[in-house]
Each structure stands twice: as structure tokens, then as C-alpha cells.
Write a protein that binds this ligand. Structure first.
Ligand SMILES: NC(=O)c1ccc[n+]([C@@H]2O[C@H](COP(=O)([O-])OP(=O)(O)OC[C@H]3O[C@@H](n4cnc5c(N)ncnc54)[C@H](O)[C@@H]3O)[C@@H](O)[C@H]2O)c1
Length: 438
């Protein structure tokens, strides 16, 4: 067994989850992170991010004396295993910005011990592990591998400890060593691929598939709206068809696709294609369709309210949820931002609620006040627009909505996927329902 001290370089969303789970599994985790807010939160035994279960793991890790995060990169010196999880945003012109990867590699280079296993987990274009990290650490005798992180926020801990880990080393021995590490650490299935470049491509393939599939669902929803049929009926039935090694598996439409990954990873593929002399058509198509959904959702709300003769300046819209998806506080590139902006531009009076989002993230979305009080937000609304399907919203009884909202209010379903029974219940008490494609 490798020594049980692990460095996690970059303690953002992904680093916090990985570091806290590994500490819980008995490893001593040394995090390196420049953001003081994150360093302070971990030192105080608090989760730096609103992610179910993370706070408990951070607290446990601190109490057990196995979770440390600071700014000093020299802590990597006595770690035989180093995981890099820094950010990889888009730069202008939809290019991958790999500056955090290079900076992290340069920062740890003076301290990395000979023989260490360095694993990159940030999402990157093929050849970054070898061409960027490998180049910076060229005079160190380290083994290098890429292991994509494929968890989804909102259920990050469950997924990190259950889904198969893909590993591809720069050398075959790095692949074997990385595979052995994750088998031992998480006890999950490990899929070895030919090299680091193939592993880098796996993550991009996954995210391009997801983005494209949601775009497909979005366009089906637009068609369903015109035909006055329920897109979820169509998708459920369509997905019963066996195809390939599984079934057709169309995902679900919504108010839009946001977050840190799906909004950029298809562009990584597009740029990769260009670099290889290929004009790939799918990445921009899926991005453009998904980017159209917030405006489309606002049109649905507007056409209902106008149809009821509601003058915008006196019409109250309760915006339920500003995070980019259900049960997370993450607001990066959230589709709720363009929805809020468009509703504001139309002149609607907005009352906004999100029980998950912390103060410092609200400003990413809006300058309007954002309450944590669900009831207050719904009170006197002419439209209750559910833009994130947080569990607190699922807990609101329909009879409470009807008591709080204005008579005949519209329930706009951007992500709750209310059952037919709930929709019938709403309609039986005089509320109106409109979903995306429903
Ligand atoms: N968020 C997700 O759901 C998710 C899922 C799978 C993969 N990923 C990928 O994982 C990577 C990290 O994503 P994230 O959401 O955690 O991003 P993040 O921005 O929350 O975290 C990155 C962290 O790295 C820190 N950092 C920057 N430069 C550093 C340096 N030189 N040394 C140490 N730390 C440094 C930043 O301060 C930040 O806290 C990205 O490549 C992303 O595409 C993210």
C-alpha cells in the first residue's frame, strides 16, 4: 500500500469532495488552495460549498486530524500521491484556459518527491497531462496519469464513491499505479484506457454526449409545446426501445443548461477539432440549443401572463431557485441569470428565493435581494417559476401554494417535473401549470 498521505492541489468544488472523501477513507489529506475563504472554512470544519453531505465529511476529517488545507505548496513534499484539481475555464474565443494547470504544476515542482504519482483530474484537452504537467515536471522522476472526474454536483459524494474511475497513464506503469490507487481508495470499478490522451478524451466525450442529449430533449420539448403533448410521456416511451448495449436514453428538457462543465467542455471539443483540422458541427449546435432555453422559457411565461391580460409592471413573478441545478448552491453560468434578466427587462416585479445559495454567490446572478424564505417568496405571486428543483420546493404542499399565491397563478415548471397527479391537483384548485414541453 502507498503511503497514506495525499496532496490535493486545488480545493474548489471537486477538490473539496475528493479530499474530504479520501480523509473519510483513512488517508491524510493535505490540500493546497489559494482561496482564503476555502482555507478558513475547512479550518473551521465547515464545507466551503453547499453540497449534500460535504459539511459532515469536512467536520469528521478535521476532528480525526486527517484533513488540512493551506496555501503552502511544500506540503506535497511528503505525499507519494498528488491529485491536481484546479480549474480549467474557457478563455476568450471559446479556447481552454490551462493557466491554472501550468501554474499548479510549476508551484509544486520544487517540492514533488521522486517517485510520486501525480494524477490530473481537471477536465482538459488531450495531451495536457503529458504536454503541460509532464513538461513542467520533466526533470522529476514522477509517474503521471489522467483520471477524469465525472461526478455531478448535487450528488457528488455518492457518485464519487460509486461510479467507475477511468485511468490513463503517460506510461503503462503509471496507468497500473493510478488504477491500484483508486481501487484501494474507493473500491470502485476502474477502467484502464491506453494512455492519458484517451482518458482525457473520455471526459470530453461524456460531457459532449450529455450536452447534446439535453439539447435533443430541449428541441423535442419545443415541438411538444406546439403539438400540445407532454414531452415527458414521449421521452419515457421512446426510452423503452433497446438500442446498442442499452436503451434509447433521452434526457430531460429544462429551463437551460448551466454550471461549470457543460457550458465549456463541448467548446473544448470544438477547439480540439479545429486544432486537428476538423470543423466539428455538434459542439456549437448543442451549446446553441441549450443556450436558447432560458429565452424560450421566458416566452412561455410571458405568453401565459399576457394571455391573462396581466400588465407587466403589476405582475409578480416568484423565482424559485437561482442555482444552476437542483440541490446545489453553485451559480456558475446558471441559466436562471438570463431568465431573471429577461423577466426584469420585461418589467415584471420579481421576488426571488434560493435556500441553497450563499451570499457571496448571489452576486453572480442578480443584484436583487434573494430570500431563503419559500413562503414569503410565493406570497401574492401571479407566477411561481420553479427554475431549480431543490428538495425544499418539492416539499411545498399545493394547498399552501394556492393559499399564498394570487388566484389563478401560473406554476411554471422549469425543472421540477411535477407528476401528472400533482398537475391535476394544481388545476383542481384553480392554479395553471406550464412546463417546458408540457
Ligand atoms: N464542478 C464540477 O461538477 C466538475 C465535475 C467534474 C469535473 N470538473 C472539473 O474539475 C476541475 C475543477 O472544477 P471545480 O468545479 O472544482 O473548479 P473550482 O474553480 O471550484 O476549483 C478550482 C480551485 O483551484 C484553485 N486553484 C487555482 N489555481 C491554483 C493553484 N495554482 N494551486 C492550487 N489551487 C489553485 C482555485 O482557487 C479553486 O478553488 C475543472 O477542470 C472542472 O472542469 C468539475
Amino acid at each position: 500500500m502507498e503511503n497514506r498521505k495525499i496532496a490535493v492541489v486545488g480545493f474548489g468544488y471537486i477538490g473539496s469532495v475528493i479530499g474530504s472523501v479520501l480523509a473519510d477513507r483513512g488517508y491524510t489529506v493535505m490540500g493546497v488552495e489559494p482561496n482564503q475563504r476555502i482555507v478558513d472554512a475547512i479550518a473551521q470544519g465547515r464545507s466551503p460549498f453547499a453540497e449534500p453531505g460535504l459539511e459532515e465529511l469536512v467536520k469528521k476529517g478535521r476532528e480525526a486530524g486527517r484533513l488540512f488545507v493551506g496555501k503552502d505548496p511544500s506540503v506535497v513534499a511528503d505525499c507519494k500521491t498528488i491529485v491536481i484539481t484546479v480549474g480549467t475555464p474557457l478563455s476568450g474565443d471559446h479556447d481552454p484556459d490551462l493557466s491554472q494547470i501550468r501554474a499548479a504544476a510549476e508551484m509544486i515542482a520544487p517540492y514533488v518527491c521522486h517517485g510520486a504519482l501525480v494524477m490530473l483530474k481537471s477536465t482538459v484537452p488531450p495531451n495536457t497531462t503529458e504536454g503541460v504537467v509532464g513538461q513542467v515536471l520533466a526533470d522529476k522522476k514522477v509517474e503521471l496519469a489522467f483520471c477524469p472526474e465525472r461526478l455531478a454536483e448535487g450528488k457528488a459524494i455518492g457518485e464519487f464513491t460509486a461510479i467507475p474511475v477511468v485511468v490513463g497513464g503517460v506510461t503503462e506503469s503509471a496507468t497500473k499505479r493510478a488504477a491500484a490507487f483508486w481501487r484501494e481508495a474507493l473500491g470502485v470499478e476502474v477502467i484502464e484506457v491506453g494512455n492519458a490522451r484517451a482518458a482525457e478524451m473520455v471526459k470530453l466525450a461524456d460531457n459532449l454526449w450529455i450536452d447534446l442529449n439535453i439539447a435533443l430533449a430541449g428541441e423535442l420539448a419545443k415541438v411538444a409545446d406546439r403539438l400540445n403533448i407532454d414531452v415527458l410521456d414521449v421521452i419515457r416511451a421512446a426510452n423503452s426501445l433497446p438500442k446498442g448495449t442499452g436503451n434509447v436514453n433521452i434526457l430531460i428538457p429544462s429551463v437551460g443548461v448551466g454550471g461549470y462543465c457543460l457550458t465549456k467542455d463541448p467548446w473544448f471539443v470544438h477547439r480540439l477539432g479545429k486544432n486537428l483540422g476538423l470543423e466539428l458541427l455538434i459542439p456549437p449546435a448543442s451549446r446553441n440549443v441549450n443556450d436558447s432555453m432560458p429565452t424560450y422559457s421566458v416566452e412561455l411565461i410571458k405568453s401565459f401572463l399576457q394571455g391573462r391580460g396581466k400588465p407587466t409592471a403589476k405582475t409578480k413573478v416568484a423565482v424559485m431557485g437561482i442555482a444552476f441545478k437542483n440541490n446545489t448552491g453553485d451559480c456558475r453560468f446558471t441559466p436562471t441569470k438570463p431568465v431573471i434578466e429577461a423577466l426584469q427587462a420585461e418589467g415584471y416585479v420579481l421576488q426571488i428565493c434560493d435556500p441553497w445559495v450563499e451570499e457571496h454567490d448571489i452576486q453572480l446572478v442578480t443584484e436583487l435581494p434573494v430570500s431563503k424564505d419559500v413562503e414569503d417568496t410565493i406570497r401574492d405571486a401571479d407566477c411561481v417559476a420553479f427554475l431549480a428543483g431543490h428538495k425544499q420546493f418539492h416539499d411545498i404542499p399545493i394547498k399552501q401554494i394556492v393559499e399564498l399565491a394570487n388566484p389563478g397563478a401560473l406554476i411554471f415548471d422549469g425543472r421540477m417535473f411535477f407528476s401528472k397527479e400533482k398537475i391535476r391537483e394544481m388545476e383542481s384548485v384553480g392554479l395553471h401549470y406550464k412546463g417546458v414541453g408540457r
